[in-house]
Design a protein around this ligand. Structure first.
Ligand SMILES: [Zn+2]
Ligand SMILES: [Zn+2]
Length: 228
């Protein structure tokens, strides 16, 4: 009890009183917002620039990437807490920050697909952080969450432990689609692939390739944060 009122939330960053978001207004305003970014890959850009050089030269598979935050302090701590230290209470917060970015954008996809973990990594961690972020997001947006279509049939080394060149080739052919599930779902036109952080985008691109091969026309990436 604080001043006679029940305090339902405290800020995850400063422990002060917070709103339903679990961040106080000041900490929320101070987050590293990715305000001016490439619309295709969410790479942080200077104001006034349109596509980044890489997307101009070679348009990527995804039609758009939504990444409301840059992967900097304290977002890196919030994500690492969820991913490596079982801080599952960070997932609704990260999902809400992503939801606000989605609501500010236009047309919604028909399906949300959290990026799958290989079953060995899932067994080791006990949960998939992308699914933990996608679950409250799907609920808030009223969109179906599909967890049985995309799977990872090859374990890959954690992206952070590799250099850029190894990272770019590492996830090739790591993903596959469950054919029975695909047949049951019928035609899928628009999909949003969901993950916590986008670094080079190689992992997301590997998943996007199998979806494109299956005839999905419009693929978007929705991630909480983008590395600059
Ligand atoms: Zn705070
Ligand atoms: Zn770009």
């Amino acid at each position: 009890m604080v001043n006679g009122h029940l305090r339902l939330h405290s800020c995850l960053l400063c422990a002060g009183p917070a709103e339903a978001l679990a961040l106080c207004r000041a900490c929320r305003d101070d987050l590293p917002w990715n305000g001016s970014a490439c619309p295709r890959c969410a790479l942080p850009l200077g104001p006034g620039r349109q596509l980044c050089a890489a997307c101009l030269e070679r348009p990527p598979l995804q039609a758009r990437t939504l990444a409301p935050l840059r992967y900097e302090f304290p977002v890196d701590h919030l994500v690492a807490g969820l991913k490596y230290h079982r801080r599952l209470e960070h997932a609704p917060l990260l999902g809400t920050l992503l939801r606000d970015a989605v609501l500010a954008a236009d047309a919604l996809p028909c399906l949300l697909l959290p990026l799958a973990l290989h079953r060995d990594r899932l067994a080791e961690r006990g949960y998939n952080q992308a699914l933990e972020i996608a679950r409250p997001l799907a609920r808030a947006l009223g969109l179906p969450l599909e967890t049985r279509l995309l799977y990872r049939h090859r374990a890959t080394a954690p992206q952070m432990s590799l250099d850029a060149a190894a990272r770019a080739r590492n996830p090739d052919d790591a993903f596959a689609l469950d054919e029975n599930r695909l047949a049951r779902l019928g035609r899928i036109s628009r999909v949003a692939l969901i993950d916590d952080v986008m670094t080079t985008g190689a992992t997301l691109a590997a998943a996007a390739r199998v979806l494109a091969r299956a005839g999905v026309e419009h693929i978007e990436y929705w991630v909480v944060a983008r590395t600059p």
